[in-house]
Ligand binder design. Structure first.
Ligand SMILES: NC(=O)c1ccc[n+]([C@@H]2O[C@H](COP(=O)([O-])OP(=O)(O)OC[C@H]3O[C@@H](n4cnc5c(N)ncnc54)[C@H](OP(=O)(O)O)[C@@H]3O)[C@@H](O)[C@H]2O)c1
Length: 279
């Protein structure tokens, strides 16, 4: 039997604490993987306009026996569609590909200086008011910009999806998100696979009969952070989901957090000029 997954309160919605990430699954592989994940008990799927696989995710949602109401579906608006009107049109297209009338969460994929944040937040609120998404949120927003986005929005920001793994501290952002009632969602939660060879994570895993990947994902959910690991490997789909039958001690949690280092960021590719939170 699949585990039932805990939820994390995020703005005005509850998000299943673990989901399947689908970045780079753009060769048709997303459909079978999403279907298999849903069979295993995953109830949260993360896609984006730019991933080129909304159509495949939609095919999986149409084929699965799991009801739509049980699945938390996130997509992200790409930066080219941030103007009022463009954003709405791009969501119409996403909904058509996903074969659903509404997503659960719509994120702005990366911050962008123009159009003005107020214009984009108004468009995001508009699609929420019209029921095309249940909730709205951000991705890759440093804490100062996150606060500005919340100030420009009537609806609560549900989550800010950012890079987060043992090699990158997000202490400031996690605290600031919590203060506005939002969650953090960890992207590249496994540091793109790098955690697998880490001696500290291996040692902690051995004490629990778990892999370094499972220890890492457990460390995230135990902090109240949503996590969205990605794999092409069906065996690892099950492995990554099997993190609800053990707990890390406070000392183990602290030991993992201490792996963070100043050069741990992997994903600064879009705009190196962002003023990320220092830790
Ligand atoms: N908002 C954003 O800007 C943004 C940016 C990046 C990612 N994301 C989201 O976050 C999701 C996850 O991030 P990600 O795809 O960059 O990286 P990730 O989940 O940290 O790592 C994926 C890599 O780790 C390997 N892996 C998976 N499970 C493993 C395990 N248990 N042990 C060891 N290795 C394992 C996978 O290889 P195999 O396939 O061989 O298992 C794959 O190479 C994305 O798919 C996407 O949905 C969002």
């Amino acid at each position: 039997m699949p585990h039932s997954i805990p939820d994390i309160r995020s703005g005005d919605v509850a998000m299943p604490v673990i989901g399947l990430g689908t970045w780079q699954l753009e060769d048709g592989s997303a459909q079978p993987l999403v279907e298999r994940a849903l069979e295993l008990g995953y109830r949260h799927i993360d896609t984006a306009q730019i991933y080129g696989n909304e159509q495949d995710v939609g095919a999986a949602l149409a084929a699965t026996g799991v009801s739509r109401a049980e699945i938390f579906l996130t997509t992200k608006v790409w930066v080219e569609h941030f103007a009022h009107g463009d954003l709405q049109r791009s969501l119409d297209e996403s909904l058509r590909k996903l074969r659903v009338p509404q997503v659960d969460l719509l994120l702005l994929h990366w911050p962008k200086p123009r159009p003005a944040l107020a214009e984009t937040m108004a468009a995001l609120n508009d699609v929420r008011d019209r029921g095309l998404t249940r909730a709205i949120g951000l991705s890759n927003f440093p804490s100062g910009l996150m606060a500005k986005a919340q100030a420009a929005s009537e609806a609560p920001i549900a989550t800010n999806q950012v890079e987060y793994h043992p090699y990158l501290s997000q202490k400031t952002l996690i605290a600031k998100a919590r203060a506005i009632g939002a969650s953090i969602t960890a992207w590249s939660p496994l540091a793109q696979g790098k955690v697998a060879g880490d001696p500290v994570l291996i040692e902690i895993g051995e004490a629990h009969g778990k892999t370094p990947g499972q220890v890492t994902l457990r460390w995230q959910v135990q902090q109240g952070v949503v996590t969205i690991p990605r794999t092409r490997n069906p065996a690892r789909l099950a492995e990554n989901f099997d993190i609800f039958d053990f707990a890390l001690s406070d000392a183990e949690m602290a030991r993992i957090s201490a792996l963070a280092r100043p050069d741990g960021r992997l994903g600064d590719w879009l705009d190196k000029a962002f003023e990320w939170d220092v830790e």
